[in-house]
Each structure stands twice: as structure tokens, then as C-alpha cells.
Design a protein around this ligand. Structure first.
Ligand code: GLA
Ligand code: ZN
Length: 688
């Protein structure tokens, strides 16, 4: 079976390597542009994202277009084997545009309109902005839609933010009318009878404001949904304006780590997912937590279309915006970049190609330094990676199948953090999700990161940490997973509210109660310094033993068909169940009633993944901080072994034949990995 995906661009069916290229900053100095081409080839770069912030250079005055400079750059690319992701420039505007059309400027939550400045400072509803963007995009598409150097469209840049202008208020009210049809339905959904906040006219509804309504959770949740939909609609508007000229040219928009936009909603309108990753390496003594967090992010973006994605931005050295922007230590550029490839990226691209001379990002890392030549450590690292990516090129298009998934919903994230509840001092939702993920990552088990609305059928094991917002439908889908023989793991603080952020009646965890076979009656919050414990019961079916520390939240649950595998050690609820298992149909559902540490999670997921029959990438025990990931094209498997610990490591292989993809040499029985070391092997597909 071949499971290789069609290349992202048939023009460049290899791993892409390049950067954001901003020649419009150097138009006054043509020698720089000539030198850039020489350096790009020297760095092994085959693609550039171009024109991202070029509006002022492309349309210096309203209706006056200048494309000659871009013609020239793209022609030079063609002659030198370099390709381009051509951007639409809507991420920032020329000053004349805000001058002539003040409605394009964003209005802040306090209802004050912004002045001109910064970027992303525009209203996604404004008809004037939409029209100007469509004119620009159509012109670009007309001129470059069939250009041989152009591999696809880079739509805007890191969409984000929100606008509270009157146009947006009206659009929000219309959105609500479509969702609820009647004010009675809206009032009930938002529970506005509380504090007499019942609306009697649609015009009374306003977006959340610091000096107005902030406390109606259903309103807050719907506002976030609306902002996402409005941004997706804007993106679609941009895509329509470029696609007409050449529908075959793929489109992407570079995403970031934003909490405020439900990125999954963009997936259906994109041909390929891309994102910008800026890990804060070397923050701690080892890089294990950072590595696993970014592995999770790569997996999440890959899972959106379940095919290769693009790493559209990363820094070749340091950022200039982290609290402490550290250099990458030797080996880290290669390790960090190949980590993205391991998790399904078909490109390594940077922000930016050449350091700006002035303005706010002049000290941000770039491939070409202010020194202006190739004799720098960073340039050497980049050029070396260019060679490596060429050696690994056959990996492009291969997939990353997973039998395990973690549920991570934006709407749950919004709701769980908006709630006033048992621990306003911190529920640590994302950290908790990452903790569970890390226990699988440490074993080299591939994981998809999915949303409640995704298809659950490909998975043998699904993990839902703190699924606070759980729809009835999600409950039914998880029940079906277990019925057909799947394994489910759910934690405390799940099944609390519905899609309108109203509590489920009849007992928590609401729609999951039957599947889990428990009733969660109360939840106790612990102070930061407080601890409880979990003691495993003898003879439990996971074969776990001992006592583990627990913290933050302890749910007091009743068994309703589930069996206890472990109990609390302390407080008035000592000896009550803290870890349970329910057998339902052909499968099993586990419940952790309290927050447990890495030691427990590793032991637990070792046992649960073995029981679920999910395969590890290599059938071996990986040393702490070492992980393995895999891509496959159906006949060959590409195995990535990576060391993120602060010690050199030795990894015993599992008896299969591993050939180093860079050197062509067969691996011995044990693979040595230095600190920041990574090896990429090819293995013929086995039957497991
Ligand atoms: C973001 C932006 C880039 C640049 C980098 C700096 O990802 O998309 O334009 O500002 O950050 O890290
Ligand atoms: Zn607006």
C-alpha cells in the first residue's frame, strides 16, 4: 500500500528550505539583491516566502501599482532554481489606506479606534478593507498565478486579533441571529436570567468589553467563535481573489500558537497547513519539556489535514522577543529543524532571510547577518541543513500514521479558562494536556492531536484531559469508541458544561458518565503547596503499584459500574477512588480523578498503550529525554531518533535493519546519540 501524499507542489517535490524574503526593504540597494541570490544558493535554499509585507512597495498610492521589482526578483529566482511562496500583503497596510478609509482601523475592546501603526491592525468586517485586499490579490494572481517560480500562495500573515467596531457588532448580531433565530433561545442558551441580563432587542447585544459585559460565559464563547468565523471568512475572501487565476496553485496561511483563533476552522479552506514555530530552547537544563510541547504543536498542525504541513517560519538563531532570547547551541539548529520534519513537515523555513537594518525586528535572527557575508556560525548551520534536507529528500510527502489521539479543543480551552471555579489560581489546562502527551512522546508512540468534531474511528486509544466542555455528541462518539473496543482516558474536570457553557444537569461528567461508569459529586481544590496521593490497589488490571503524588484538583467520585484501581491517600476522602476503569462493550474507559505527575503518567501510559495494542516506533525502552518518531510511504519507514536530554545516550535497537539515510550505513545494535543528537534511519516496513 502506498501512502505517500502528492507533493505540496509538483514544481518542487522535495523538502523545501528557505525563508521570508523581504527584498522591498532593499530596493534602494540593488547590489544586495544580487548578493542574496548567490547566498541563497550557497545556503541550499530552494524556496522563499516573498511579499508578505510589501503592500506599500506594490501600491505606493491608491490605484498606482508597481510590480516591476517583483517581476525582477521572480525572474532571478527562475534563473537560479529558487521558488516562491507568494504572499498576499494584507497583514500590514500602507498609511494612505488608513488615511483614506479610517473604517479599516481596528477598534479595541474599550471601543476606542486604533491609530495607524503596527500590523494586523485592521477590521476583518470592513467592506473597504475587503475591497482593497481583493483588488490587490486579483492583480497579483493575474500577473503571477501562472509564474513558473511560484509554488503557491502565502495568504496574509499570522491572522489574529479582533475588532469591536460598529460593523463588527452588526456582523456579530447577524451571526447570533443565524445561530439562535430567536432572542428567547439566545437568552436561555446564555442563561441571561442571572443578574437580570435578559436581552429584549438584538441591538442590546454588544461584544465583551472591559467596561461592559464580561461575565456571561455563553456570550464570551460565542464571541470567540464569531471572531474565528469572521477571520476564516476574510481568509476565504482572500483565497477566492487569488484562486480564480489558477485554481491548481495551493494556498496556505501561516498560523501561530494563538489561543484566540480556532485554527482547525481554517483547515477546510486551505490546501496545506503551515505554521510558525519558535521554541524557547535552552530555557532549562534540558530541553525535554520544550521539545515535547513543540512536538505536540507539530502533531496538532499535521492532524488538521492529516498530511504533511509546512514549517513556514522558525528562527535560524535567536528571536528578539522572548524574555531571554538564547542562541541555539551547537547541534540544536539541526535537531530542532529535523524534529519538525519527523513530525510531518515538508519544509524548513525561517524568519527572515536577511536582517533588517532598522525598525523593530532588526536584531531578530536571520540567515544573513548585518555583517553581510556567509562566514557566520548561523549561515554555516543553515547551509549544512540545506545539504541534509537534500539528502533526506525522499521523505517529502510521506505520512505519519497514528493509532493514538489526544483531544484538544479550542472551545474547551476558552471555556475552561473563562470559568470561575475551584482553582482560579490555575488549572494549567495546556500544561496538563502536554503532560499526558509527553508520556507517549517519551515512549516514541506517534500521536495525533484532534478536536471533538474529528473522526475518532482511526484510533485505538483516545486521551481527553480536562474535557470540561463536552457536547452530548462528543459523549456519544467516545462511547462508540469504547463500545467497539477502543481505550479511552479521561481526567477530572470533564463533562462539566455543554456547548453554551451551561452545566450539564443530572451529575458530572455529564455525557461521559455512562462510558466512565462514575459520578463525580464534588471537587476539592488544593493550594499550590498542598499534595494528596494516589495509592494503587493490589492486583489492579494495569499491574501498577506504589504511591504517587497528586495535586491541584481532587474529584470525589462514586463508582457506577467502574472499578477502582487506586485510591486517595489523604484528607477526609482518603481511601475513596482516584483512578478507575470501566469495561463497556469491547473496550475500556479509564478515569483519573486528580492531577498526577510525570512518574505516574509514564507508568500508566506504558501499561495502557500496551493494552491498547498501539505500536511504539521502535520496540525498545528509550532513555529519558530521547524520543523516536516515524514517517512512512507504505514501503519504507523513516525513523528519527532524537536526544533532547542533557546527557549523551545510547539507544538499543529492536533487531530490525536500520540504514542511516544520510550515510547509507547500517546501524549497529546500539545507536549512540550525543546531546542534541539526531539520526534518521530508513527501515523496510514491518508488519506490526
Ligand atoms: C512572526 C511573524 C514574523 C516575525 C516573526 C518574529 O512569526 O510572522 O513576521 O515577526 O514572528 O519572530
Ligand atoms: Zn471591525
Amino acid at each position: 500500500m502506498t501512502i505517500v501524499n502528492a507533493p505540496i507542489s509538483p514544481k518542487l517535490p522535495v523538502l523545501m528550505h528557505g525563508a521570508d524574503y523581504n527584498p522591498d526593504q532593499w530596493l534602494h540597494d540593488p547590489a544586495v539583491l544580487e548578493e542574496d541570490i548567490r547566498l541563497m544558493k550557497l545556503a541550499g535554499c530552494n524556496v522563499m516566502a516573498i511579499g508578505i509585507f510589501s503592500w506599500a512597495a506594490l501600491e505606493p498610492a491608491e490605484g498606482e501599482f508597481r510590480f516591476e521589482w517583483l517581476d525582477h526578483v521572480l525572474e532571478r529566482f527562475c534563473n537560479n532554481g529558487i521558488y516562491a511562496w507568494l504572499a498576499t500583503p494584507s497583514g500590514a497596510r500602507p498609511a494612505w489606506l488608513s488615511d483614506s478609509y479610517p473604517e479599516v482601523l481596528r477598534v479595541a475592546p474599550n471601543r476606542v479606534r486604533n491609530l495607524y501603526g503596527g500590523r494586523h491592525n485592521h477590521c476583518f468586517t470592513s467592506p473597504a478593507y475587503r475591497e482593497k485586499v481583493a483588488i490587490m490579490n486579483r492583480k497579483l494572481a493575474e500577473r503571477y498565478g501562472a509564474h513558473p517560480a511560484v509554488v503557491g500562495w502565502h495568504i496574509s500573515n499570522e491572522y489574529g486579533g479582533e475588532c469591536h467596531c460598529e460593523l463588527c457588532q452588526d456582523a456579530f448580531r447577524n451571526w447570533l441571529k443565524r445561530e439562535y433565530r430567536t432572542l428567547d433561545a439566545l437568552n436561555l442558551a446564555w442563561w441571561t436570567s442571572f443578574w437580570s441580563h435578559t436581552y429584549t432587542d438584538w441591538q442590546q447585544i454588544e461584544s465583551p468589553a472591559p467596561h461592559g459585559e464580561r461575565m456571561v460565559h455563553g456570550l464570551n464563547l460565542d464571541w470567540r467563535r464569531f471572531v474565528t468565523e469572521q477571520t476564516v471568512a476574510f481568509c476565504k475572501h482572500e483565497i477566492d481573489a487569488v484562486k480564480w487565476a489558477n485554481p491548481d496553485l495551493p494556498v496556505t496561511t501561516n498560523m501561530y500558537t494563538l489561543e484566540s483563533l480556532d485554527y482547525r476552522r481554517f483547515a477546510p479552506i486551505l490546501d496545506v497547513i503551515s505554521w510558525d514555530a519558535y521554541p524557547d530552547w535552552h530555557k532549562e537544563q534540558d530541553n525535554v519539556k520544550v521539545a515535547a510541547t513543540f512536538a505536540f504543536m507539530h502533531d496538532m498542525f499535521r492532524s488538521m489535514l492529516r498530511k504533511p504541513f509546512l514549517l513556514m517560519e522558525s528562527t535560524p538563531s535567536m528571536t528578539n522577543w522572548q524574555a531571554v532570547s538564547k542562541l541555539k547551541k551547537p547541534g540544536m539548529h539541526r535537531l530542532s529543524s529535523l524534529q519538525a520534519i519527523a513530525h510531518g513537515s515538508d519544509s524548513i523555513q525561517y524568519f527572515q532571510w536577511r536582517k533588517s537594518r532598522g525598525s523593530s525586528e532588526k536584531l531578530h535572527g536571520a540567515v544573513v547577518d548585518h555583517a553581510g557575508h556567509e562566514h557566520t556560525r548561523v549561515f554555516r548551520d543553515v547551509a549544512e541543513l540545506g545539504g541534509t534536507l537534500a539528502d533526506l529528500s525522499e521523505i517529502a510527502g510521506s505520512l505519519t500514521p497514528s493509532e493514538t489521539a489526544i483531544l484538544f479543543d479550542w472551545e474547551n480551552r476558552w471555556a475552561v479558562k473563562d470559568a470561575k471555579g475551584p482553582r482560579n489560581a490555575g488549572l494549567h489546562y495546556e500544561e496538563t494536556v502536554h503532560d499526558h502527551y509527553r508520556a507517549l512522546w517519551q515512549q516514541g508512540i506517534p500521536v495525533d492531536v484532534i478536536g471533538s468534531e474529528d473522526d475518532f474511528s482511526p484510533y485505538k486509544l483516545i486521551i481527553a484531559p480536562m474535557l470540561y466542555l463536552c457536547r452530548e455528541e462528543t459523549g456519544r462518539k467516545l462511547e462508540a469508541l469504547v463500545e467497539r473496543g477502543g481505550l479511552l482516558v479521561v481526567t477530572y474536570w470533564s463533562g462539566i458544561v455543554d456547548e453554551h457553557d451551561r452545566c450539564h444537569l443530572g451529575g458530572f461528567p455529564g455525557p461521559l458518565r455512562k462510558t466512565l461508569g462514575i459520578w463525580a459529586e464534588e471537587i476539592d481544590a488544593l493550594q499550590d503547596h498542598e499534595r494528596n496521593g494516589l495509592t494503587l490497589l493490589e492486583g489492579n488490571p494495569l499491574g501498577l503499584s506504589g504511591r504517587y503524588e497528586s495535586r491541584e484538583l481532587c474529584e470525589l467520585i462514586h463508582l457506577e459500574g467502574a472499578e477502582a484501581l487506586g485510591c486517595y491517600t489523604d484528607d477526609f476522602y482518603a481511601k475513596r477512588p482516584a483512578l478507575t476503569r470501566n469495561c463497556l462493550g469491547l473496550g475500556k474507559a479509564y478515569y483519573m480523578a486528580t492531577r498526577l505527575g510525570d512518574d505516574f503518567l509514564l507508568a500508566f501510559y506504558r501499561a495502557v498503550s500496551a493494552q491498547a495494542g498501539v505500536a511504539r516506533v521502535i520496540d525498545t525502552e528509550l532513555p529519558a529525554g530521547v524520543t523516536a518518531q516515524q514517517r512512512t510511504n507504505g514501503s519504507s519507514e523513516y525513523i528519527f531518533l532524537m536526544n533532547f536530554s542533557d546527557k549523551s545516550a545510547e539507544v538499543p535497537l529492536d533487531g530490525q535493519t536500520y540504514v542511516d539515510l544520510e550515510t547509507g550505513e547500517a546501524a549497529g545494535a546500539v545507536v549512540p546519540l550525543p546531546v542534541n543528537g539526531i539520526r534518521v534511519f530508513k527501515r523496510e516496513t514491518s508488519l506490526h
